[in-house]
Write a protein that binds this ligand. Structure first.
Ligand SMILES: [Zn+2]
Length: 525
């Protein structure tokens, strides 16, 4: 059967056929790096990650580009407000974006082009459009795209062409506008004083200025796939639904008029919004809006992934306290099962057992069923909810069979690991959270496996051995005991001892993290 995807261009689920299989060129509109990316942005990036991981798992050779918008109206405005150059403003937010991406286990793109690094290709694109007669220079010194010259304009967003306003009477110079104001849009903005101050103005044959936002993606995508493969058309282009108009409509107009190709991207995929409204979450955590808020509050990335994938990417998702708590429990269950399955399928030497009579046919059958359902679900326009359901069915059946003493063979482990690599939604290690005795709320930790020994554990007790014992459970207890001593050391302000304990735990593969609420988290790396 193979993969089918819902193409916004045709409003249909279509079989996916890349231009040059097995290569897939994938372009994703990335963040505007003037602030921390909102968790709503990350829902879109997580949908793209599911697509990316499923293409990888299906044997495609994906070349994935995600741009970083580091110059546009909002960035210039914010730079001026804070008295910074554009570069100074965006650099820390780019670092933060990569950190958030890694926290959310999003597979890195192959290229993260920054708009300011591609001014040359942007200038060439505008020159090409001027030469083709689809762009013109306005009396304000900016260069505009004449939508009347591109008959396909409005196809992606199903725009009523009779309503279009073209020419000098209908012209928009801002990056963002709505469908009611579809008109000639700006490609290159004549430099103003505040652009110069922000270090965001460049020389061009058609006048000093800076690129319009829509131009950036066309120029970077065409430049990169051109350089690498000599290609002029993308296989897939992704973004949030809010980008269909005007951003993607304008990208198509610019790119196709420049290349003369019938399409800029053959398939357009759009992810729906995530909202954080109507929840108690904002009260409890102080308005969670960014990925780092979730991280600071000790939310496991697996839980966020599970939560996002349990709703189809084309449906709205409301992030609630309850849904997040349920997802945390789900991710924990997946993690616990994963460890149990791996342990049952591994000999004491660490080697997988040879196939043989000990191996369970029933487990193999359950795994095969999961693999078939999981594949069918994701091949059907990335149906995350069905894929997740298939995995949980296997977890239930698998736990029952493991209880009965069944043992997984190499094939079962392989099937499980493949699904696990696509969703990446397991809690990877049991997180132990140790609370502080002065705060009864913080003392009750957020994970089901948490143990909460009080941190005023008598210091005179014998310290645990400095070497971890054998066996995962004994090791967990060992790390927990050391973490409790670290908490006690901190509360009596013995920071030297607290640091020494943290280093000891780290040297044996444990991560130690102090949370904002005063609790200590110990996680096996
Ligand atoms: Zn874009």
């Amino acid at each position: 059967m193979g993969l089918s995807l819902y193409n916004t261009l045709t409003r249909q689920v279509e079989p996916f056929r890349p231009l040059e299989p097995p290569r897939v060129t994938l372009y994703s509109c990335g963040p505007t790096v003037w602030n921390y990316a909102h968790i709503g942005n990350f829902r879109t990036f997580l949908f793209v990650d599911l697509l990316r991981r499923w293409l990888d798992a299906s044997g495609y050779e994906v070349y994935h580009i995600m741009n970083l918008t580091d110059v546009d109206d909002r960035i210039i405005k914010e730079s001026s407000r804070r008295g910074l150059t554009v570069d100074r403003l965006v650099t820390p937010f780019i670092t933060a974006f990569y950190e958030d991406r890694d926290y959310l286990r999003i597979r890195p793109a192959h290229d993260y082009p920054r708009a300011t690094g591609f001014i040359g290709p942007m200038v060439r694109l505008v020159e090409g459009l001027l030469a083709a007669g689809v762009a013109y220079r306005g009396e304000d010194g900016s260069v505009y795209y004449s939508i009347a010259k591109f008959p396909e304009y409005g196809r992606l967003s199903r725009l009523d062409r009779s309503q279009l306003k073209a020419g000098a009477s209908g012209r928009v110079s801002t990056d963002e506008y709505d469908k009611e104001h579809a008109q000639d849009f700006v490609l290159w903005k004549a430099a103003r004083a505040e652009d110069e101050t922000a270090g965001a103005a460049w020389d061009a044959p058609f006048g000093r200025g800076r690129p319009g936002w829509h131009l950036e993606c066309s120029a970077m995508a065409l430049e990169l796939i051109g350089r690498r493969f000599g290609a002029r058309t993308l296989d897939i282009h992704t973004g949030g639904v809010d980008l269909i108009f005007p951003h993607h409509e304008d990208e198509i107009a610019q790119s196709c008029a420049f290349t003369g190709e019938p399409a800029f991207a053959r398939v357009w995929l759009h992810g729906e919004f995530l909202s954080v409204k109507g929840t108690k979450m904002s009260k409890r955590f102080g308005n969670i809006t960014t990925a780092r808020d979730l991280r600071e509050d000790g939310v496991d990335a697996g839980a966020i992934r599970l939560l996002v994938y349990q709703t189809h990417y084309r449906q709205k998702l409301d992030l609630t306290d309850q849904a997040l708590a349920a997802a945390q429990e789900g991710a924990r269950r997946l993690g616990a099962f994963s460890r149990r399955l791996e342990q049952a399928g591994t000999l004491p030497t660490g080697e997988p057992p040879p196939p043989g009579p000990g191996e369970s046919l029933e487990l193999a059958r359950a795994a095969a069923r999961m693999e078939a359902d999981f594949t069918a679900a994701l091949d059907d326009d990335l149906n995350g909810p069905r894929a997740v359901a298939a995995v949980f069915e296997f977890v239930s059946a698998g736990n029952r069979l493991l209880d009965e003493g069944h043992r997984p063979g190499a094939v079962v482990l392989d099937v499980w690991r493949k699904a696990d690599q696509v969703l990446a939604a397991t809690t990877r290690a049991e997180v132990r959270v140790l609370g502080v005795p002065t705060d009864s709320h913080a003392a009750i930790a957020s994970t089901a496996s948490a143990e909460t020994p009080s941190s005023d554990q008598p210091h005179h007790q014998e310290p645990p051995s400095s070497l971890p014992p054998d066996g995962p459970e004994a090791q967990d207890a060992w790390a927990t005991a050391w973490a409790a001593r670290r908490l006690a050391a901190k509360s009596r302000r013995d920071f030297g001892e607290a640091d020494r304990i943290r280093d000891l735990l780290r040297s044996h593969g444990w991560e130690v993290r102090d949370r904002r609420d005063g609790a200590v988290e110990v996680t096996r790396r």
